[in-house]
Design a protein around this ligand. Sequence first.
Ligand code: MTE
Ligand code: MO
Length: 452
Amino acid sequence: DPFEGDPKRDERLVTLTAKPRNAETPTGEVAREFITERGVFYVRNHMWVPQVDERTADDTHVLTVELPDGEERRYTLRELKTKFPSHRVTAVLQCSGNRRSDMTRQVGHTNGLQWGVGAISNAEWEGVRLADVLADAGLKVASYPSLTQTSPPPSDPQIPDPNTLHIHFHGLEAYSASIPLPKALSPSEDVLLAYGMNGGPLPRDHGFPLRAIVPGTVAARSVKWLSKIRVADEEATSQWQRRDYKCFGPNEGANPDWERAVAIQEMPVTSAVTGVWVGSDVKRVPWMGEKRLLATEEKGEGKKNEGEVALQGYAYSGGGRAIARVDISLDGGNTWDQAELVDDCAGGKCKGSKAWAWTRWRYCGTLPSPPTTRTISSASPSSSAPIQALEDGAEAQNGTEKKIGEKDACTELIVKATDTSYNSQPETHAGIYNVRGNLATAWHRLRVCPKC
Ligand code: MTE
Ligand code: MO
């Protein structure tokens, strides 16, 4: 059993497959805190977790760097930690399959793990800059003309143009993937070889003792258990670069043109609801104390408050693009309002050159009438099931709720985000459907129905 040596896992994670380990953050825990606790950070492993002795890793774990001419340079983990300045970067990792189950529900069959909204987490990573290591290893590439130069530097055929090169990352098990070299070389892209997470060492599931962190890019490129880096003139040839992480036209069906499609790198904008409180549950919202009094409280005792709703969630865009706005509709898109963006990066909370972290948001409002004055099923952040239950307007996973007969009594909550490049999310998954179910970024819709 190759999985025999896998680490013990936090029981709060929602397991999709045990061997290899694939588990998402429980819905109520996703974005509850700005920095995801180590134990509930989602886990996506294609194979087993390689075993590296924690006591000796500094001297026994070796990173090999191979240059375009085949020259190799080797660094022990200790050399990496002592020879290069350490940097901290606050960055989201998001699987390309995050919210895939949403696309499947809306459109139809997709291949892949049926993730909910929790294949995304945010951490503070510590490590050395990949660019520093590449320079030390002797990588030479043509530099861009500087502002004071009037013409490009004379071209030297021995010195390659970085735009034609790729960095391959190889993990100890066999996984590999690549990114374009300019991403790796630019200091403002914050690409790290990371040995730390949230102030401690990397947990085994997240790549101990060394992993790549490629902020703003699909997490499939942040290769764990990193043992080798190669500079090459083409993308990695692994299935994880050439196949799985691509998207297609909605018509392309089960046998799309893999060669023509480009590999996913920077992530598009997305958002999701991770907590819903309705009616009397609203007073249990953890952050409600900081908020203005809700209308019902202002009206005093005895007034009906079943229509009050409080929501929370996350919004995130790749490429270092920040979130400009989060729009909420409580009536299926007829009317809209803006959520409050939680000021996550205040007080030096975010490390790094760009917006690599997510933006949490909150919203308080009143559900439209007629949706009813009866009690409404609501998601509490202490359990993981209710968001799915709300999406279906059907049975909760614990089976305590009944299917709703009267559809009219239900209302549809929608969240959609816009990033600072004014990219926003597609209205439905129909137009972005692909057989792999990648990049399921449509407006997040939840059906909220009265309890029977
Ligand atoms: N690196 C290795 N070596 N093996 C893997 O299976 N999975 C990739 C990436 N790096 C993977 C890997 C994928 S698809 C994702 S989404 C992220 O790791 C998940 O990182 P996490 O488990 O730390 O959340
Ligand atoms: Mo992934």
